[in-house]
Design a protein around this ligand. Sequence first.
Ligand SMILES: Cc1cc2nc3c(=O)[nH]c(=O)nc-3n(C[C@H](O)[C@H](O)[C@H](O)COP(=O)(O)OP(=O)(O)OC[C@H]3O[C@@H](n4cnc5c(N)ncnc54)[C@H](O)[C@@H]3O)c2cc1C
Ligand SMILES: *[C@@H]1O[C@H](CO)[C@@H](O)[C@H](O)[C@H]1NC(C)=O
Ligand SMILES: *[C@@H]1O[C@H](CO)[C@@H](O)[C@H](O)[C@H]1NC(C)=O
Ligand SMILES: *[C@@H]1O[C@H](CO)[C@@H](O)[C@H](O)[C@H]1NC(C)=O
Ligand SMILES: *[C@@H]1O[C@H](CO)[C@@H](O)[C@H](O)[C@H]1NC(C)=O
Ligand SMILES: *[C@@H]1O[C@H](CO)[C@@H](O)[C@H](O)[C@H]1NC(C)=O
Ligand SMILES: *[C@@H]1O[C@H](CO)[C@@H](O)[C@H](O)[C@H]1NC(C)=O
Length: 539
Amino acid sequence: MKPVGSSVFPFFLALIFSFLWASSAHTHQNFLQCLALRSEDSSSISEVIYTPSNSSYSSVLQFSLQNPRFSTPATPKPLVIVTPSRVSHIQAAINCSQTHGLQIRVRSGGHDYEGLSYVSDVPFVIIDLINLRSISVDAENGTAWVQAGATIGEVYYRIAEKSRTLGFPAGLCTTVGVGGHFSGGGYGTLMRKYGLSADNIIDAQLIDVKGRILDRETMGEDLFWAIRGGGGASFGIILAWKIKLVDVPSTVTVFTVNRNLEQNATKLVHRWQYVAAKLHEDLFIRVGLTSVNSSQEGKRTIQASFNSLYLGGIDKLLPMIQESFPELGLVREDCIEKSWIESTLYFAGFPSDESLNVLLNRTPLIRPPFKAKSDYVQEPLPEHGFEGIWKKFSQKEAEAAIMILTPYGGRMSEISESATPFPHRAGNIYKIQQLVYWEEEKTAAPERHIRWIRRLYRYLAPYVSKSPRAAYVNYRDLDIGSNGKGNTSYRRASIWGSKYFKSNFNRLVQVKTIVDPANFFKNEQSIPPFSSRWKKRGD
Ligand SMILES: Cc1cc2nc3c(=O)[nH]c(=O)nc-3n(C[C@H](O)[C@H](O)[C@H](O)COP(=O)(O)OP(=O)(O)OC[C@H]3O[C@@H](n4cnc5c(N)ncnc54)[C@H](O)[C@@H]3O)c2cc1C
Ligand SMILES: *[C@@H]1O[C@H](CO)[C@@H](O)[C@H](O)[C@H]1NC(C)=O
Ligand SMILES: *[C@@H]1O[C@H](CO)[C@@H](O)[C@H](O)[C@H]1NC(C)=O
Ligand SMILES: *[C@@H]1O[C@H](CO)[C@@H](O)[C@H](O)[C@H]1NC(C)=O
Ligand SMILES: *[C@@H]1O[C@H](CO)[C@@H](O)[C@H](O)[C@H]1NC(C)=O
Ligand SMILES: *[C@@H]1O[C@H](CO)[C@@H](O)[C@H](O)[C@H]1NC(C)=O
Ligand SMILES: *[C@@H]1O[C@H](CO)[C@@H](O)[C@H](O)[C@H]1NC(C)=O
């Protein structure tokens, strides 16, 4: 086809856009009528539908929105938010979105780093699973069914209600939702002993593009494999997970030891790299690196914060550290014994006298806008590599930046790269997460913080994994291999695809091609179905 002449083009576009606007108001009316028609009980569905004209639309939209970077007046808003209270509401929403050409964004905990669960640049509907969050724990069998709208704090709380010696390996921040978290992997302080959340899922319920409710048996092992690390959003809507609980001792020990540059932080972090992945699997020591005020008036320094969980008491921990990491200078006074459930509050950052009920609170402690990236490290960085990082952290844009080093090894190294879509296993000594925050009132300037983190990312290139330079899908980063406009051409998708999933990407594409060939469940970084066009274009 001949390209449209350049003088006619703007007019042509304007025409299309005005048509789109007119038709989207129309579409959304039709969509609402369709929902009422398709749902078994139209009065119940009207109670869970919010359009911009409902007074609580904004508060429902805001409630589970974790990154205010995607909550500006310019951020596209959903035409409709549905908060299903029954499965039939989800089935109706899937059916009607297809019928009326609307995209669906599914939200569980709303912690997506790039806001993919609540923002889209095409007309869209949010299905927010906040009302589907029941948890039933079978302590005798050591299993639980957890609905996708639950947070991990709620999961921890319900397990602890039944047993002090059962736990579950999942994240540190307790307001994270299990819908996104488990389907992208999910790691926390128990990972060196038990692996990821996804490694401990034994069954699931998913609603597919045709509205069918599938479980492990009816979905088959390929799809069941794909949703345990491949991200949920590409394959259907996950309704619930069945998880295998793990044993935790009745007493665990936690500590946080802070060292700044004047206290040998550089040497300690350098040394930590040789130790952390080889420690006993009961011992997890991560490091947080930040820029802080120094004790010298007006000066800044870097603080390395060694933050640890040990699955046992202080008396066993101290000799273990003395043996493997004496340089840390850990003393008894640094250590606190707790139950495992109390340790989840500690790592989430709650004060020590906080009641366990706070685990049921879905409002995060803090919620500043942020941008983040991730990397994997296979060879220790030299000391001067860290010194270059300190320089980056001394820049003004990095006042509220943090780099978190999470140790691998232990159980993580025993699981094969293809057991789940999450491929970062043996050979990785730790993962880096780079994060930069800024104050919401100063949103006029987020770009300079984002440029800062991109500079840090470029600086790290020689020190981290290569070909591919790997990344963690739950730390979603639209900078990698995407133009941010829903570009799912295979060539681009295979860039982020190989970073997140390595060679598992191909199997994810195969599964997607079978379960959602028309690519209804789609976002900026969803798995694309195979298209014969790719071959022809040589993509
Ligand atoms: C403050 C904070 C702390 C974090 N801490 C950790 C941590 O300790 N460990 C860790 O591993 N990760 C951590 N994460 C990352 C977190 O695991 C991911 O952001 C995860 O995807 C969030 O899941 P969600 O349900 O809260 O997010 P959502 O934004 O609701 O969803 C994330 C993605 O999954 C899709 N999705 C959600 N629910 C479903 C469903 N039911 N069916 C299909 N698709 C679905 C969404 O459409 C979206 O694409 C943290 C994130 C934040 C913001
Ligand atoms: C939102 O408004 C519509 C139309 O007025 C109404 O039918 C629906 O019940 C309202 N939703 C809620 C949750 O109140
Ligand atoms: C929606 O449901 C109707 C009625 O069951 C059915 O005829 C139609 O095929 C469905 N459409 C889609 C896209 O699933
Ligand atoms: C444990 O699981 C088995 C098999 O699913 C079930 O038959 C049994 O009732 C369960 N036990 C308890 C105490 O619920
Ligand atoms: C820093 O390390 C040196 C030797 O490597 C040691 O002598 C000194 O005591 C350490 N300083 C602190 C504050 O730990
Ligand atoms: C750090 O120092 C600056 C000025 O030197 C001050 O404004 C700021 O409040 C200090 N921050 C903290 C956390 O103490
Ligand atoms: C996707 O990206 C490629 C490469 O940058 C570009 O040629 C193509 O036009 C893009 N497609 C869409 C739909 O944005």
